[in-house]
Design a protein. Sequence first.
Length: 310
Amino acid sequence: MICNLCPRLCNIDRSFRKGVCLSGDIMKVAAIVLHRGEEPPLVKGRGSGAIFFSGCPMRCQYCQNMDISHQAWGQEIKPEELACYMARLESLGASNINLVTPTHFTPWVLDSIMLARQMGVRLPVMVNSGGYELTATMRMWYDYASIYLMDLKYGDNNTASILSKVPDYWDKARDTIIDIYENMGPLVVDEKGMARKGLMVRHLVLPGMISNPFSVLEFLASVARDIPISIMSQYNPNFYTGNVNELKRTITQDEYRVVVEKAIELGFETIFVQDASSSEVYSPDFKSLRPFGDTPNLLSDHIKDTSMYV
């Protein structure tokens, strides 16, 4: 296929060569786990059924998932196999199907969701994205996924260009968030506190507030204050590969507090926060049988029962 799924607009045939996302025309997945490391409404019950896709159109210099995002480490998988894993996650009690960085594989993943629905899978599907998206691609998801967990990493294009090698991140991410909100609304939870549909936005606070968090929060407030926001403190300098001295340390409690106070001042209805130790907690090892130290990676027990395929 000629690929223009993301704002990179590579316009190449991925069956012959890989795009900037380091992906060809076969899906690659690094881990499939019951995951507790998302916001409370997303992991209510036994946890989120997280599927971590390999490759990424961004090149964030501090990515904690570099093995899979920058090196595209993972296992090739067919749509019918992925559908079976979705069914397996539902049988294990997952609260949703959490697709982590899936959009560079959009056509194949949508096929997988369709097959899973035919198999009887009824869990809500969540798109968990770094935010660098085309609205045209996101609109392909609206009939398949009901929950949207979107990063808004930066409040300007220049910082995104330096730290993630995407010169138009701020423009594209804002367009995407507006479109998702207009089509899906804010995150809605059921009587058990479990997310069912709608938009939540995350922002990772960087040392020195380099990510321009006030700009991020002011933009989101201008869209709608009923968008739940997650202000993250988990930046870990051990993953940073660049030359900005400020980013070679963790954030301070004062930096984080100021950002949270700004969100409260702007009147957001729902704000999720992290504690100061978060930078030491979220360090997955995708080459381990237990990438997050608790539940196993289901890919280590690869499905071979083709009678499950549709």
